[in-house]
Structures are given as C-alpha cells and as structure tokens.
Design a protein around this ligand. Structure first.
Ligand SMILES: [Zn+2]
Length: 331
C-alpha cells in the first residue's frame, strides 16, 4: 500500500514521509498543525529524521507552545502552501486546510504519478479539495450521528452570548489553542471592545497568530495588575483559557465552553450561567463525506488512531461510493 497509519499514529505517505507521529523508517517528518495529537513523538523525529517539515505559522506556534529551544533539536524546514519539495523521486506539497493557523494538507506524488493525500484536521468549507488516488482522512466526526445543521448562526450566537454575559461582568471562554484566537478575532471584528484577559501561553500563541495576520483586539496578561483588578471586581472583560484549565478559573461565574462535540443545538446551557457553544474547526460527518465525493479517490484510509469514528466512516464511505475504505491502524 502506498499509504498507511501505524500503531504509533504516524500517517505514512509514499516512501519517505511520516506525518504527525514518529516513524523510525521514514527520513521526512511532517507536522500538519500544532495540536498535541499531531505533534506526537516530535522530539524523537527531531533527533532521528533528516528533515522536519511544517508551515512557517505552525513552526511559530510550536515555538510558543513548546518553547523556542524545542525545534532546535533537529533540522526544521518550513514549506509554504503550494510549494513543492522534491525528495528522491517523490514530490511533497502542502495545501491549505481550514482548521487552525498554519494547518496543512499533505500531497505526495510518487514516481508512478500516484497522488496520495492526507487531509490533516480540516473543516470542509474553507478547505481546497484536491483530486487524489489515495486519500487519508481524519475521522473525528465520522459518524452519521455527528451532523451539525446549524453551522451558519453559531458565530452570531457566540457573539450575542458573550455580549449578554458582559452585562453581568467577566465572561470566561474556554477552548483550545488556535480556536481561542479565532474567537478573539470574531469578537474583535464584531466590536466587542471589552479587554481580553489571557494567561501567558495563550498570550504568546495570540502574538504568533497576529504575526501571521490575525487581528485579535487588546490583550492583557492575566498576571498584570490591570487584569487582576478586572477579574477581582468581576468587571466586564473576556478571560480566555485553555479547556484544560476550566476547573481552575471563573467558578460560579459566566462561562462559555467552545467545543465541536455538540450536535443537538448550537448553544446549550449546561448549568446556571454555563454554556456550551458548538463552534467546530473540524468537518462534521457531511463535510467528511463531501470531501471524499469531490476528491474522487480509489482508496480511502480513515484515521483510526486519533479520537473519532474511523471505522464507521470507512463503512459509510464504502456504502455510499463503492470503493475501498479502511480504518487504520486496525484495533
Ligand atoms: Zn487539530
């Protein structure tokens, strides 16, 4: 097979490329984007691989998430979207994926002209779908139960929910790196002018996003006196934290979790002043199927290593289109 997924989560494309986890047999390691489930074994790759490839934006994000010295442990080469790197008889090209800043799809064309693509994580709306022979696709929302029919109004809802909360005081927003900044950008665009309070890591990720053209509004470090005073008085400001910190901050206050794992309604109150908003940076089931339809592959591999519904998705693809689809690695 020209592509596979290993038991360590590496997506193997052609002869030379391993994406998103370490594989000892491949000289090139690709990082499709800066999320933790796609930087698996990066330290080993830095030590062992000839080259680590990623977009410049992904490199800047990893520099702030893991510290500026981390990537110096190996040879990192940045590759712009649509630029091609030749390695041996194969060609490697990154294409934009609508997910977080810097996210890329990886296209490998081998000596026989076979086109092998790995989508990485993506939302189909803003992602360029390419014709392919072998398609490796993410499967986060790969079950027909994961359908969002309300995508359009979610942003409006989130903005009005935050506006509503600001009337009562501080609004706490919990999400992930990359998506937090997308939310800041959205609120900034929609003239939510209250200050944004952020802890140090979120601050640095935000600065990296700004370097790459995102506009996020006024950020204050949560350690600064101004921020501490705002938080203490429960004054109108928006405090942004990583989802992992949700038990530590803003207990009992106005809280918004922004997460894709929500399909029944775009906004749900889960407790008093506590809301889940379904703003996702992944395709839902229909989006995944749409990608497959438009890319017209001969073989599909669904990612059964990362969290999601790979086996169901492979079954559904086979049922709808008739061509081979397999979830890898097998469990
Ligand atoms: Zn991701």
């Amino acid at each position: 097979m020209k592509a596979t997924i290993t038991h360590k989560g590496a997506i193997i494309l052609g002869k030379y490329v391993a994406c998103d986890a370490f594989d000892e047999s491949k000289p090139l390691r690709v990082v499709t984007h800066a999320h933790a489930d796609h930087t698996i074994g990066l330290q080993q790759s830095l030590r062992a691989c000839e080259k680590i490839l990623m977009t410049k934006a992904t490199k800047d994000l990893i520099d702030v998430i893991k510290g500026p010295l981390f990537l110096m442990g190996g040879y990192v080469e940045t590759l712009d979207y649509s630029k091609t790197l030749q390695h041996g008889e194969e060609r490697i090209t990154f294409l934009p994926a609508d997910h977080i800043l810097g996210a890329a799809q990886v296209l490998v064309e081998d000596a026989e002209g076979t086109r092998i693509i790995y989508t990485g994580d993506f939302k189909v709306d803003g992602t360029h779908v390419v014709d392919t022979d072998v398609l490796v696709i993410e499967a986060t929302y790969g079950s027909p139960t994961c359908r969002r029919s309300f995508d359009k109004d979610v942003k409006d809802l989130l903005v009005s929910l935050v506006d509503e909360g600001l009337k009562k005081g501080t609004v706490y927003v919990f999400s992930y790196h990359g998506k937090l900044q997308e939310i800041m950008q959205l609120l900034h665009e929609r003239d939510v002018n209250s200050p944004f309070v952020v802890p140090e890591k979120v601050f640095h990720v935000s600065r990296a996003c700004e370097l790459h053209g995102m506009r996020l509004g006024r950020l204050i470090l949560s350690e600064d006196r101004e921020a501490k005073e705002l938080i203490e008085r429960n004054a109108p400001c928006v405090a942004f934290y990583h989802m992992n910190a949700r038990r530590k901050f803003g207990q009992g206050l106005f809280r918004v979790y922004v997460s894709g794992w929500e399909f029944d309604s775009p906004c749900r109150e889960i407790a008093n002043k506590e809301y889940v908003v379904a703003l996702s940076d992944h395709s839902d089931f229909e989006g995944l199927i749409e990608y497959v339809r438009r890319s017209k592959p001969k073989l599909v591999i669904t990612d059964n290593f990362r969290f999601g519904h790979a086996e169901t998705l492979a079954r559904e693809i086979h049922k709808r289109f008739g061509f081979s689809a397999v979830a890898l690695p097998r469990r």
